[in-house]
Design a protein around this ligand. Structure first.
Ligand SMILES: [Fe+2]
Length: 186
């Protein structure tokens, strides 16, 4: 099926799936193989997607979002040795590897969530996500992504809603501080 699946078709399929169901597990299970199919065909890749933000450590490029910010499709590139703090998304996430290997660290929350700016996290498991691999995260799932390689990595991210509009959080493992997480998008 290589060479026949476009970003436009992907977005149209996302709309169809989310019109049919609001069940997150169902959405993720249906979106994941489509994301895998889209990254297998790299014809949509553009040179600008490799432009990173030195300060942030990664570059985020918006490919699509609906007028209400739902169904956001982004390309994220990661500079060598850089990554994100632990964070959640405030929505479901499906991430498909486009180039290179990204280290994923999944966290479990230990506290009861009663304090608004506080969270205790513990590493649940870690794994490498390679080119073509699809990683999904349910709403509330916490992870960090790190590029431990010497080359830039690239992945395709699909979210139920654009992550700068979900009121999601980043977590500081040293201070247990939980705060707003907004990323710079090109
Ligand atoms: Fe994430």
């Amino acid at each position: 099926m290589a060479g026949t699946y476009s970003l436009q078709q992907y977005v149209s399929d996302l709309k169809e799936i989310t019109a049919e169901t609001t069940d997150e597990k169902n959405i993720i299970s249906r979106v994941s193989p489509l994301a895998e199919r889209l990254v297998a065909d790299k014809s949509w890749l553009q040179q600008t997607y490799y432009e990173a933000d030195e300060e942030q450590g990664f570059g985020v490029h918006l490919l699509h979002e609906e007028p209400d910010h739902t169904l956001a499709v982004l390309i994220v590139n990661w500079l060598p040795g850089r990554g994100t703090p632990p964070h959640d998304h405030g929505t479901w996430a499906v991430v498909a590897g486009v180039e290179g290997t990204e280290r994923n660290i999944r966290y479990k929350r230990l506290d009861d969530g009663n304090r608004p700016d506080y969270a205790e996290l513990k590493v649940k498991h870690e794994f490498n996500a390679d080119e073509g691999d699809v990683v999904s995260i349910k709403t509330g799932g916490i992870h960090a992504v790190v590029n431990e390689t010497n080359n830039m990595t690239l992945s395709l991210h699909t979210y139920g809603k654009h992550i700068n509009y979900t009121n999601r959080s980043q977590f500081d493992l040293e201070t247990n501080e939980k705060k707003e997480y907004i990323v710079r998008v090109e």
